[in-house]
Design a protein around this ligand. Structure first.
Ligand code: MLT
Ligand code: ZN
Length: 479
């Protein structure tokens, strides 16, 4: 793959002088990793890959690109599920990586905040908060690679949304570079700030189409003193939701995560992930992973989880359960949940439907979408899992174990996505709960967000980025 577009000589020289050899990459081998998404669904080209060291360098680089009309694709840890950070095939764009903006400059105990650069990985931010005795509750399967800037730009959700909300709820302050190179400084650590349009919230979830996020002030929480985790075998989503209702009745404020995994998806984890071992006597049709957390270190949380599970077993909702007895066991149980995306990737080609519906509609979603997909492609492996406590199911489909090659299966992607989307729409849901729109799902926008909503989005884009230079081809379908 080669860059099909040469930067204008003046721009090339200015960027090279500004960013130096660590920040200005044009060799194919240096650019390759930034030009393909982790699912290998999208393969783009770029005229250069930039790695600014700080906001000032980033702003100057963006201003230079704007002067020359060169598109910019912001990219964090490159963990998008929807091709949100991969450039198109024209080769005209430059990709700007945030990986060198890695400062964790401040953890504030009084305000319970931390100030981080966009390139800090989510895991590093969690660790920095923990080292200071505090807790950053955002948790997603890709947290080892995903960077804060991308996490905020995509309003990531994940495992703890049920208690703490999505990324949006954890961002107090934000700094971003606008498409013309100006720096928008919203670094205010205020809980209350009713001073006009909420620009911060406009940028959160805008997937790099309006601005490139460079720094953030995150809201932290006190670190829980006690955490309890259990993996439970259940018959289906109905039982999982009844179990959720029991935990909510027992103590809603203690639920930190409530995750669902189908038997099919768990079987792939067991078969394809090193070190994954189901600690139950036999495989089940479905599983729930529940995590409770409390600021109290006494035995009350343990009693709560044991009693609630005991009653659920007696009521026939749970057929088997295991409680973590140590931090190592807790991590072992979480590994069984966090490796589903990786296991599905190893199982062959897969189609992801990151959907949400009202909680009450989840059983209908799973039942109807399973039947419809099995009718569409005989032998398809229906492997749903996800954040059932938020109504967010990853209704993922893996290619049949035999008789169909990956290309043939992926050629049916839109058929599968449309089939699932039709059911989700009837159930009043969303076609993208937490993964965003990227380039994969832009085609769904007119039918789902059409009329005044899409029109307003286009006007906002046009007001902030009139030349359409920032992350072209993402979120908004071409007219
Ligand atoms: C997860 O929760 O693990 C992901 O968002 C994954 C996926 O859809 O594959
Ligand atoms: Zn998820």
């Amino acid at each position: 793959m080669s860059a099909s577009f040469q930067l204008p000589a003046a721009l090339h020289d200015s960027l090279s002088a500004l960013l130096g050899s660590a920040g200005f990459l044009t060799a194919e081998s240096d650019m390759a990793a930034a030009l393909t998404d982790w699912r290998s669904l999208f393969h783009g080209r770029a005229a250069a890959v930039l790695r600014p060291a700080d906001t000032e360098e980033c702003a100057k680089a963006v201003a230079l690109c704007a002067q020359h009309g060169v598109p910019v694709v912001p990219q964090g840890g490159n963990t998008s599920m929807v091709g949100g950070a991969t450039p198109d095939e024209s080769g005209r764009a430059v990709v700007i990586l945030t990986c060198r903006m890695r400062q964790v400059s401040e953890v504030d105990y009084a305000d319970l905040t931390m100030t981080v650069g966009a390139g800090v990985t989510l895991k590093a931010a969690q660790d920095a908060a923990a080292a200071a005795g505090l807790f950053l509750p955002l948790s997603i399967s890709s947290e080892g690679s995903a960077e804060i800037g991308g996490v905020i730009a995509t309003n990531a959700g994940g495992n703890n949304t049920v208690r703490y909300g999505n990324a949006r709820e954890m961002v107090l302050g934000l700094e971003a570079v606008l498409p013309d190179g100006r720096v928008l400084n919203l670094m205010r650590r205020l809980r209350k700030d009713n001073t006009g349009y909420a620009l911060k919230h406009l940028l959160i979830g805008s997937e790099g189409t309006l601005a490139l996020i460079t720094r953030a002030i995150l809201q932290l929480q006190p670190k829980p003193a006690r955490v309890e985790v259990a993996l439970c075998a259940v018959a289906d989503a109905v039982s999982a939701l009844q179990l959720f209702a029991r935990f909510r009745r027992a103590d809603p404020s203690s639920i930190q995560a409530f995750e669902f995994m189908s038997g099919q998806s768990m079987a792939l984890v067991n078969a394809l992930i090193d070190g994954a071992a189901l600690p139950l006597s036999e495989p089940a049709p479905a599983y729930v992973l529940v995590e409770l957390a409390s600021p109290r270190s006494d035995e009350s949380l343990r009693t709560l989880i044991e009693e609630t599970l005991g009653e659920a077993v007696e009521a026939g909702l749970v057929s088997d359960a295991v409680l973590a007895e140590s931090e190592a066991q807790r991590q072992g149980l979480w590994k069984l949940r966090e490796e589903h995306a990786e296991a599905q990737k190893r199982a062959g080609a897969s189609v992801k439907n990151d959907v949400s519906v009202p909680l009450s509609a989840i059983p209908a979603l799973i039942e109807e979408a399973t039947k419809a997909c099995e009718a569409l492609i005989p032998g398809i492996r229906v492997a749903p899992f996800g954040h059932i406590g938020d109504g967010n199911i990853h209704f993922n489909l893996v290619q049949p174990a035999r008789g169909m090659d990956p290309g043939e299966f992926l050629a049916r992607s839109h058929d599968i996505m449309d089939t699932v989307a039709g059911i989700v729409k009837r159930l009043d849901g969303s076609f993208s709960a937490e993964h965003g729109v990227g380039q994969l799902k832009t085609y769904l926008m007119p039918s789902w967000r059409g009329g005044a909503e899409l029109d307003m989005m286009r006007r906002i884009k046009n007001a902030i980025d009139p030349e359409c230079l920032f992350n072209p081809g993402k979120i908004l379908p071409t007219e």
